[in-house]
Design a protein around this ligand. Structure first.
Ligand code: FRU
Length: 490
């Protein structure tokens, strides 16, 4: 279907109920609808926004274009949960349409303050020539869940030295001061992050740019998120425009982090180490974190990427969010673990322990479309071992470890309907692991998230297999491996 600019900018209330019902029916008919991930009722989901805990519940919003699988007019859609596992669809959280957000309520964050939840977002507007004029905006949600926009933007212009690509405020509080990082593009077309501060959340002062060691690192940094943890400072952001090099930056755009000493909020200097990608898979972007009431730093990402067509497009919807991951820091690296609450999804449990030698083996009850699977491999002397899943005679998705080159590979060459093939069908990463490798898989109808060695690396991917691709096979090449597997039906 052709999406003209007018069609992309259509508002939900201008579409008839009959058209909306037809779209819902089309979406629900899709065999790739997820079962335990946040996904849009219709249309396109992208970044997680406003991830927070307020009034006894977790709140989460996401970028939403309701009317089709395109980046059209963006709303914030609101979901909430008491356990971070089961999410209730609340409905539209923010709708665009005021002079300061006429062309979309873009990404942002939330902070609880004085019994209310303050939402900060970028109002995207375009003038007659199509030039963007971003505003940083605020809305307030009260205890009853009513959300009201503030009368005007809280930051109404882009400071000198930066372009119209200026968006995605993430707000936090330190001492008596509120701070916000905003993703920006310098007028020399390089990406960076700037800092604002405020004492009341309404009046914001431009403090300046955060000085990192990454002066020329892509053309735009989207969705920044800064937090301190275990006495260190962490800056997460999604840089656009990095060249793919051997083994890294293989996706169209990246998402990653730099860790260092705490950011000096007065000087705005950040002394940090190398940039690391957060996820080694195919579909991960624009993550956001929140500090939960138990002191955990929890991250959720968009399981998708901009500018790529997906097989669900023809069914009127696209994308979902990742599962929540709990962060920690080990040796200046972020470790990501699935939150323990996910265990509540476990139903029947199956176990197997075996030795696999130069073969591929299947086991009774080790099959399915949606499940959790933990496999521990203890390598004796094989050159390669791993798992084929969502498999039938023709299709398979593969996660494996190459013991000679010490490399993990996720291979979706034969996963089913193709997606993003221009960017390759394999993702790898080095893992100088010992002889033991643990793969922890969460398999939903059209996705997989694989936590390697308790969160040292994560591979996230959408996959689009046929419904009868349900086999799981464990394999080893050129030698033997000891294998211990547990599977839970979901
Ligand atoms: C990242 C992003 C943000 C923007 C939003 C618009 O995916 O481009 O920078 O606010 O999506 O939907």
């Amino acid at each position: 279907m052709e999406w003209s600019i007018d069609k992309k900018n259509q508002r939900i209330e201008n579409v008839s109920q009959a058209e909306m019902d037809a779209l819902v029916a089309k979406v629900n008919h899709c065999s790739w609808r997820q079962t335990f991930h946040v996904q849009p009722v219709t249309g396109l989901l992208n970044d997680p926004n406003g991830f927070s805990f307020f009034n006894g519940e977790y709140h989460l919003f996401y970028q939403w274009h309701p009317l089709g699988p395109v980046h059209g007019l963006k709303y914030w859609y609101h979901v909430k949960s008491s356990d971070l596992v089961h999410w209730e669809n609340v409905g539209i959280g923010l709708e665009p349409g005021d002079y300061f957000d006429s062309h979309g309520a873009y990404s942002g964050s939330a902070i609880a303050y004085k019994d209310e939840l303050y939402l900060f977002y970028t109002g995207n507007t375009r003038d007659e020539d199509g030039i963007r004029h971003p505003y940083q905006c605020m809305a307030v949600m009260n205890q009853s869940g009513d959300i009201k926009k503030f009368s005007g933007p809280v930051i109404d212009h882009v400071p000198e030295g930066y372009t119209e690509h200026f968006r995605d405020p993430k707000v936090w509080k330190e001492g008596n001061t509120f701070y916000a990082v905003i993703g920006a593009q310098r007028t020399n077309n390089t990406g960076c992050v700037v800092l604002y501060q405020s004492t009341d959340l309404v009046d914001w002062t431009f403090a300046g740019e955060i000085q990192t060691h990454l002066d020329s690192f892509g053309y735009m940094w989207e969705c920044p998120d800064y937090f301190t943890f275990q006495d260190q400072g962490v800056l997460i952001f999604s840089p656009q425009g990095l060249e793919a090099v051997e083994g890294v930056y293989q996706n169209i755009y990246q998402s990653g982090y730099i860790i260092g000493e705490k950011l000096d909020l007065n000087e705005r200097t950040f002394n940090h180490g190398d940039f690391h990608e957060l996820d080694r898979g195919f579909d991960f972007y624009a993550p956001q974190t929140m500090l939960d009431p138990n002191g955990r730093r929890i991250l959720i990402g968009w399981m998708g990427l901009p500018d790529i067509a997906y097989p669900t497009d023809k069914s009127g919807w696209a994308h979902c969010l990742t599962l929540p991951r709990e962060l920690s820091i080990e040796n200046d690296k972020l470790i990501q673990k699935p939150i323990h609450e996910l265990q509540s999804l476990r139903q029947r449990e199956y176990r197997v322990t075996d030795s696999i030698s130069n073969e591929a083996k299947s086991y009774r009850d080790f099959l399915g479309e949606t499940y959790e699977l933990i496999v521990e491999f203890d390598d004796a002397d094989s050159s390669e071992f791993g798992i084929e899943f969502r498999a039938n005679k023709e299709e398979k998705t593969v996660i494996k470890y190459d013991t000679i080159n010490k490399k993990i590979t996720l291979d979706r060459t034969s996963s089913g309907e193709a997606v993003g093939v221009d960017y390759g069908t394999k993702r790898t990463c080095k893992l100088e692991a010992a002889d033991q490798i643990k793969f922890h898989l969460f398999v939903d109808t059209s996705s997989v998230e694989i936590f390697v060695n308790d969160g040292e690396e994560v591979f996230t991917a959408r996959i689009f297999p046929s419904q009868d691709s349900q086999d799981i096979r464990f394999f080893a090449k050129d030698g033997a491996v000891e294998m211990k597997a547990i599977k839970w039906d979901y």
